[in-house]
Design a protein around this ligand. Structure first.
Ligand SMILES: C[S@@+](CC[C@H](N)C(=O)[O-])C[C@H]1O[C@@H](n2cnc3c(N)ncnc32)[C@H](O)[C@@H]1O
Length: 345
């Protein structure tokens, strides 16, 4: 805890900056989290802790995290985020970002990987009532089911060919999965998340330092739109880099000259998506995290991921000889992460 009467040098040593010199509104806002930062019970290094990030982050030692890199729930309908409403999702991200301030090293970084929300049904948007000039495909769900029963070994593409329609038609007839809105449905709000993330970072006392784009494989599964749509497929995400005020080490030797040219200095990173997402719905590539870890931290430092999922950040940290701390809400993913780490050993 700090008070205006405390010696400024000791406050500065404790937090890496002097809270007494902050604007009053920020000082007031940060007081409670700075107080919690001295909790005696600290989360162990090189472990994945089972629980809610909002409860466990205050248990991390103050000023100990060189780099926090994570991909949160995106609010796009995945099973692991079903417990969140839109406002609950916003509040989760805002809290997690706010809780980073005391635990990041001064001069350290927080990198958030996230995409805009492309499937948020919003009844307040007027419905699109445009005519479809294309003839609607006449194939019915019954016909699809009949074809599947007659040809149980054929996949969706083969069934589509057999029926003379597209694979999307087969999918739509089977699942009614028109998540991006059709003529009579509630429309899909395309929600740009960058502004929210920037606002929450600034409110937490962090500064937006950089942003990059990760170009992944076209994600058709996330873009199951109706044929009445001019929308593009989901195929890129962002990396928002926040900086905690303090002394930052600039070491060009962290990368080779070729790496600086190929990706270190580049804003757009082309990295293929993870091929098999069968054990976790939203793994990000190890290479994506390895790049961030190599660019923004040194060997032996500690990397945090409060949404550890299948353990990708831990894996990348170990490969790059960094320590890690992970937090994950679902026990099955904690187990999966440890298994991935053991398999990589
Ligand atoms: C986008 S996934 C992260 C995937 C991870 N980057 C990987 O490569 O496997 C988000 C993860 O956050 C977890 N999660 C959701 N709410 C959480 C919370 N309140 N605290 C901690 N973890 C949470 C989910 O279970 C999910 O595994």
């Amino acid at each position: 805890m700090f008070s205006p009467d405390e010696d400024p040098t000791s406050i500065a040593n404790r937090y890496g900056f002097n809270p007494a010199r902050m604007p009053p509104h920020l000082r007031k806002q940060l007081q409670p989290i700075l107080t919690k930062a001295d909790a005696s019970e600290c989360l162990a290094l090189n472990a994945i802790h089972h629980g809610d990030a909002r409860e466990l982050l205050p248990k991390i030692a103050s000023n100990s995290i060189a780099l926090s890199v994570w991909s949160p729930p995106y609010f796009v309908g995945k099973a692991y985020e079903a417990y969140l409403s839109f406002s609950g999702w916003q509040s989760l991200l805002e809290s997690v970002i706010r809780l980073h301030f005391p635990i990041l090293k001064p001069g350290g970084f927080l990198v958030i990987n996230i995409a805009d929300i492309l499937c948020y049904k919003d009844p307040s948007i007027p419905k699109i009532m445009a005519d479809n000039v294309m003839r609607r495909c006449q194939i019915t769900k019954e016909q699809v089911l009949k074809a599947m029963a007659a040809h149980p070994k054929k996949n969706r593409y083969e069934i589509a060919k057999l029926l003379g329609c597209s694979e999307q038609t087969v999918d739509r007839r089977l699942n009614g999965n028109n998540i991006r809105g059709g003529k009579y449905q509630n429309q899909t709000r395309v929600k740009i998340v960058g502004g929210l993330i920037e606002e929450w970072g600034s409110k937490a006392g962090l500064f937006l330092y950089d942003r990059r784009a990760w170009v992944k494989d076209p994600c058709w599964a996330n873009s199951r739109w109706h044929s009445l749509s001019y929308r593009s497929v989901d195929e890129f995400e962002y990396l928002y880099v926040f900086w905690k005020p303090g002394v930052t080490t600039f070491n060009r030797n962290r990368l080779t000259q070729q790496e600086w040219r190929d990706w270190g200095s580049r804003a757009v990173w082309n990295i293929p998506s993870v091929r098999s997402n069968d054990d976790h719905e939203a793994k990000y590539p190890v290479e994506l995290v390895q790049r961030i870890v190599r660019l923004l931290s040194d060997k032996g430092e500690t990397i945090l991921d409060p949404f550890m999922g299948s353990g990708t950040t831990a894996l990348a940290s170990v490969k790059e000889k960094r320590n890690y701390i992970g937090i994950e809400l679902e026990r099955k993913y904690v187990k999966l992460a440890y298994k991935r780490l053991a398999d990589a050993d």
